[in-house]
Every structure is written in C-alpha cells, then in structure tokens.
Design a protein around this ligand. Structure first.
Ligand code: ADP
Length: 159
C-alpha cells in the first residue's frame, strides 16, 4: 500500500489544494493531508478550524485522512511510514522553494520520494495568502475556497 502525505499550512484550504488532494488520492492508495501547526506563528484560522474545514471539504474523497503535526516534516514522514510526499506546483517560485525543501527532506529520509503535481490553470493564481488578503479588504472569495471555508470566514467575520 502506497501512503502519500500532503503537508501544508492550509490557512485556509483553497480549491487549489482540494484539486491536488483529489488528484493525489486518485494516484495513491492512501493520502494523509497534514496541517503544519507552526506554534511560532499566529495563524489566520485556528488549527481546530483548519482541521474541521479540511474534514468537511474532503468528505467526497474516500482514501484520505486529515491530521496535524508540529516539528520536523522528516520525523512526521517516518512516524507515518509515508512513501511519498506530494506537493502542488503553481509556478517557478514554488519550484525553487520546493527544490530546497526536497533536498533537505531527502537528506533526512533518503527513501521517501517527492511527487509534484502541476496546478490546474484555473487554480494557478490561488494561494492561502491571496485569500487572507482578499478577506482583509472584504474582497469576494467565492469559487476560490470550498463553501464551508467561505461560510466560516463570514460567520467569524474575520478581517
Ligand atoms: P499556500 O502556499 O497556499 O499557503 P500551503 O503552504 O498550505 O499553501 O501549501 C500546501 C501545498 O499546496 C504546497 O505544495 C503548495 O505549493 C500547494 N498549493 C497551494 N496552493 C495551490 C494551488 N492553487 N494549486 C496547486 N497547489 C497549490
């Protein structure tokens, strides 16, 4: 059984992320989506909100588990016995960033393979930081994030 891991901040999860999960879950036997809980940063959404929004927006994917981790990704990969780390690539910036991340991870877990899925064109400009910026200035996020994310942000009237 091939276990793939998709780590990220998902603050908040976007339709670009969901598209990567759907495609990765179609390729590998099991997909773990793991929220990096960076205790040194003040997040936009709490870890609890991010986890429950990920649960809700991935209900249609059968072979997926939602989890959280802190500390080193390498330790978490070993702990979960993951074979593959999946990352989405939007552009050259993601590519350069991922190159350094990949070298560091392979140094610590030589057996793990990294698999990169190119973003679908319609999501290539969608990022969590752009969503946070839109929310801050009361811009329209409809169609860019799952409905439950839009609803939660509205309810909490975060800005
Ligand atoms: P972000 O960069 O949006 O803050 P994360 O840190 O949560 O996102 O990233 C998790 C993974 O999802 C990374 O591999 C990132 O490159 C990828 N990703 C983020 N947004 C998209 C998108 N719109 N299309 C494809 N992959 C994406």
């Amino acid at each position: 059984m091939t276990i793939a891991l998709c780590p990220g901040s998902f603050d908040p999860v976007t339709n670009g992320h969901i598209n990567i999960f759907e495609r990765a879950a179609g390729i590998f036997d099991h997909l773990i989506v793991a929220v990096f809980n960076n205790i040194r940063k003040t997040p936009f959404l709490t870890i609890e909100d991010r986890l429950s929004l990920l649960q809700e927006s991935t209900r249609h994917i059968n072979n997926i588990t939602i989890d959280a981790f802190d500390g080193l990704l390498a330790d978490y990969v070993k702990d979960k016995k993951a074979d593959i780390v999946v990352r989405g690539l939007r552009d050259q910036n993601d590519f350069f960033y991922e190159t350094a991340q990949m070298i560091m991870l392979k140094r610590m877990v030589p057996d793990v393979e990294m698999v990169y899925l190119m973003s679908e064109h319609k999501y290539s400009y969608v990022s969590s930081s752009a969503i946070r910026e839109l929310v801050r200035f009361k811009g329209n996020i409809e169609g860019l994030v799952p409905d439950c994310v839009e609803k939660t942000i509205k309810e909490k009237s975060i800005h």
